[in-house]
Unconditional design. Structure first.
Length: 188
């Protein structure tokens, strides 16, 4: 059973966290293109002696424009922005809107949208309103439920909050429900 638990844990972690593949591929592609350009310029400079003056002129104009403080500042800001973006992609958790749990025999992966639909259906059934009048959003630590009542029919806030909490707890997950009842109802 221990081997199965390790497999469950690995699979569930992979399914609840975002992949960094696209960021890594884009970064590697940009670095490869830049290195290929530098190598091509070097080979061109070595292979075609007549064009050395042209390349030297390009490099001289590029280094002369790099002496301008505005261009240096702009290049530094762009480099800093790229560095912060790449560090954020590497270090932030990148969680997907999914929840996982496992037992001895099975691993369960549930999308937060499915939990939100279950909560909305449970609240609608408990409050006696149309399911289209209840919306729910499940976050990492809280469940936001919005109920639009039928005009003139009050909604029991405690019963709705209890049904939201019990719907999520029935699946083995726990969040704190935050219930909002609209001030204006709809006409049935």
């Amino acid at each position: 059973m221990k081997n199965e638990q390790a497999v469950y844990r690995r699979v569930l972690r992979r399914e609840t966290h975002a992949s960094r593949t696209s960021a890594a591929v884009v970064t590697a592609s940009v670095v490869i293109v830049l290195l290929a350009g530098v190598v091509a310029a070097g080979v061109w400079w070595l292979a075609v002696p007549g064009d050395r003056d042209t390349l030297d002129g390009w490099f001289a104009s590029a280094s002369a424009s790099a002496d301008d403080p505005g261009i240096r500042t702009a290049a530094g800001v762009v480099a800093l922005g790229l560095a912060v973006l790449l560090l954020a992609l590497a270090l932030l958790p990148g969680r997907l809107p999914r929840r996982a749990r496992s037992t001895d025999r099975v691993a369960l992966l549930v999308d937060d949208g499915v939990l939100a639909d279950a909560v909305a259906d449970a609240v609608a059934a408990r409050c006696g309103v149309d399911p289209r009048q209840v919306s729910a959003t499940v976050g990492r630590r809280r469940t936001a439920v919005r109920v639009t009542p039928i005009s003139g029919v009050p909604v029991d806030r405690d019963a709705a909050a209890d049904s939201a909490a019990s719907a999520v707890a029935a699946l083995g997950f726990s969040t704190t429900p935050e219930l909002t009842v609209a001030r204006q109802g709809v006409v049935s």
